[in-house]
Design a protein around this ligand. Structure first.
Ligand code: CP
Length: 332
C-alpha cells in the first residue's frame, strides 16, 4: 500500500474529510450507521506513551467493533526509549501493522516522522501541540446536539493547550461558527496554530479570536468549553500559576450572560479547579456524552483511514437533539 491516509494533524484533512468524519461519528453515535466490520483481518497498533482513559479505550473498542485485532504498546515498550529513530520505528511497524494510533505527548514533528513511511496510516491520539481526535469528537458532539453548527457561538475558557488548538483548527473550518478563546496571560494558544485557525476562518466564513481577559463578561454563547488546568504530562514553570488561572474558572456565573449554553469538557476534570461541580454535574453539562462520542468518532476516524464505506441507514435522523423543528437544519 502506498500513500496511506494519516491524521497526524487536522491539517491532514481536507474540509470534506473533516465534515465526512464528523457526520459519520454522529451516525455511529445515533446507531444509524451501517458497517460490515471493514477492518476484519487487519491489525491495529495502539501506542500510548502517556496515561489515557478515554482516547485509548475509544480507539481500542472501535478497532474491535470494526473487526480488527489490536496490539497495544505502553510507555516502556518501544525502542524509541533507547534512542531508535522515529522514522525507523515507523518504517518497521508499517511492515507489521495495518494502522497505528499513537499518543506521544511530544512534538508533533516526531509523530510525523513515524508517519513518514506512507504505508501505514498513523493517527495522532495527542501530541504536545495538538489533540485532533478530541476536536473530531467535540464537533461530533456539537453536531449531534445542535443539528447544524451554522451560527453556533462557542466560548472556550482556560489554557490554550492541545485541545484548544485542535478545537480552533476544526471550528475555524466550520462556516458560520464563532469561537472566542479566553486564555490566561502567558498560557495562550500556540501562535502558529492560532494563525492557521484564523486563516481557515477567513476562508470558510467562521470567526476565531483569542483574548487574555475575562472582561467584558461573555454573553450570548451556545457553548462554554473548558479543559483541566494541568494538561496531561505538562508542568508550569510559574509557581503562582493558579493565581493567573483563577479568573478563568468556569462557574455558574457565566450562565448569567448565556443562560441556554451547554457545557463541554474534554475530561478528565478536576472539580473545584477549572470548573465547579455544579456546572460539570449540572443540567447544562454534556461532557459525558462528549466522552462517549470519542468512541463513535474514533470509529469514523479508523474507517476514514482505511478508506471504508461510510454509509448511513437514516441520514440526518440523529441530528439536533438540542434543537427542534426547523432549527434541525442539516447544514455543517
Ligand atoms: N480527553 C482525553 O484525551 O482523555 P484521555 O486523556 O483520558 O484520553
Amino acid at each position: 500500500m502506498s500513500g496511506a491516509r494519516r491524521l497526524v494533524s487536522l491539517e491532514d484533512l481536507g474540509d470534506g474529510d473533516l465534515e465526512r468524519i464528523v457526520r459519520r461519528g454522529v451516525s455511529h453515535s445515533a446507531g444509524t450507521s451501517v458497517h460490515h466490520e471493514p477492518l476484519a483481518g487487519q491489525v491495529v497498533g495502539i501506542y500510548f506513551g502517556m496515561t489515557s482513559t478515554r482516547t485509548r479505550t475509544a480507539f481500542w473498542s472501535s478497532a474491535l467493533r470494526l473487526g480488527a485485532h489490536v496490539i497495544t504498546f505502553g510507555p516502556s515498550d518501544l525502542q524509541t526509549n533507547t534512542g531508535e529513530a522515529s522514522s525507523d520505528t515507523g518504517r518497521v511497524l508499517s511492515g507489521m501493522l495495518d494502522l497505528l494510533v499513537a499518543r506521544t505527548g511530544r512534538p508533533t514533528g516526531e509523530l510525523a516522522d513515524w508517519a513518514g513511511q506512507h504505508r501505514m496510516p498513523v493517527v495522532n491520539a495527542m501530541t504536545e501541540e495538538e489533540h485532533p481526535t478530541q476536536a473530531l469528537a467535540d464537533l461530533t458532539t456539537l453536531r449531534r446536539h445542535f443539528g447544524s453548527l451554522e451560527g453556533l457561538r462557542v466560548l472556550y475558557v482556560g489554557e490554550g493547550n492541545n485541545t484548544a488548538s485542535a478545537l480552533a483548527l476544526a471550528l475555524g473550518r466550520t462556516p458560520g461558527v464563532e469561537l472566542q478563546l479566553r486564555t490566561p496571560p502567558g498560557y495562550g494558544l500556540d501562535p502558529r496554530l492560532l494563525e492557521l485557525a484564523q486563516g481557515h476562518a477567513r476562508r470558510c466564513g467562521a470567526h476565531v479570536a483569542e483574548s487574555h481577559r475575562m472582561e467584558p463578561a461573555p454573553r450570548g454563547f451556545d457553548v462554554v468549553y473548558t479543559t483541566r488546568w494541568q494538561t496531561t504530562g505538562t508542568t508550569k514553570p510559574d509557581p503562582d500559576w493558579r493565581r493567573t488561572f483563577q479568573p478563568f474558572q468556569v462557574t455558574r456565573e457565566l450562565w448569567r450572560g448565556s443562560p441556554e449554553a451547554v457545557f463541554m469538557h474534554d475530561l478528565p476534570a478536576h472539580r473545584g479547579e477549572e470548573v465547579t461541580a455544579d456546572v460539570l454535574d449540572g443540567p447544562m453539562s454534556i461532557a459525558f456524552q462528549q466522552a462517549e462520542n470519542k468512541m463513535h468518532s474514533a470509529m469514523a476516524v479508523l474507517e476514514w483511514c482505511h478508506g471504508a464505506p461510510m454509509e448511513d441507514r437514516v441520514a440526518g435522523a440523529a441530528l439536533g437533539e438540542g434543537r427542534t423543528g426547523s432549527e434541525k437544519a442539516s447544514l455543517w
